[in-house]
Write a protein that binds this ligand. Sequence first.
Ligand SMILES: O=C(O)[C@H](O)[C@@H](O)[C@H](O)[C@H](O)COP(=O)(O)O
Length: 324
Amino acid sequence: MPHKSPLRMASLSSSLRSFSPGRHLLLSRASPLSSRSPPKRLAFSIDFGGLSLIGTRSRNVGSRAKSSMAGTATESGEKKVEVFDTEEDLAVSLAKYTADLSAKFVEKRGAFSVVLSGGSLIKSLRKLVEAPYIDSVDWSKWHVLWVDERVVPKDHDDSNYKLAYNGFLSQVPVLPGNVYAINDALSAEGAADDYETCIKHLVKSNIVASSESGFPKFDLMLLGMGPDGHVASLFPGHPLVHENKKWVAFIKESPKPPPERITFTFPVINASAHIALVVAGAGKAGAVHAALGKSNSPGQLPVEMVSPEGELTWFLDKGAASKL
Ligand SMILES: O=C(O)[C@H](O)[C@@H](O)[C@H](O)[C@H](O)COP(=O)(O)O
């Protein structure tokens, strides 16, 4: 047992209370997904300087996005942008991407550390609970954390834990003891410190890898993005975007309700081996354009600071990519 703090036990008991092992079996039998054709993408694929764009839209759009994105490629890792005709296609591809990384890390290090966001991301993970992944993924090796969490009880409608539990975790055989929720009995400050301690235990026991910079190196971070370009609970113009020592910080005046949250900091986000930035809907096209297109004022949005040591893959639907 890597971590026996009240945090881990709280998450364990709360997960056990509502964990229903029969449910995922039912889903795996009912699913027609195994015979489904692959998502419509790869109509074109362009690589240059470590940055590639893969999409279903016209070659013109691809080329335009390609050239305007040249300035955003980082030295630190590979960056890819995938554009899907529909959010359904995006979800199919995201499931395969996640399952492939799970297999790779389980083989490589016997564990797969996955970090979730709240919001619409959870819905985009829905294909993972169906065939073939419900049976082919080694769920027992998954270790699940949150990039940010609202400081509310776990059964509150604002809880990212509750959202992920209902929409994803309750339908896959992840071990309840490998789901690391925040301690909701603490203040925002206390919960952030406690979560950081939890992660330190996971690094010490090699469940989470460590980067050369000394920050935890999660295998996969699944990030959503708000229409204002925020990621995790790192909001435009907030000083927390510059936090470079803490692993987990707290915020008490989040512009997006509820106000009290804990959040991973950018050094932790950017130490990741893989980041998927999952963005759907035309309402986010402006922020996507600011991050990937030609921006008059680059570097203003938190999402522009996502630059992992490893690979960054954008999963966009047509609406989100409409301004590229
Ligand atoms: O707790 C949160 O608020 C989320 O973790 C947050 O960071 C989310 O990922 C974005 O706000 C996007 O949310 P949507 O995808 O719902 O727009």
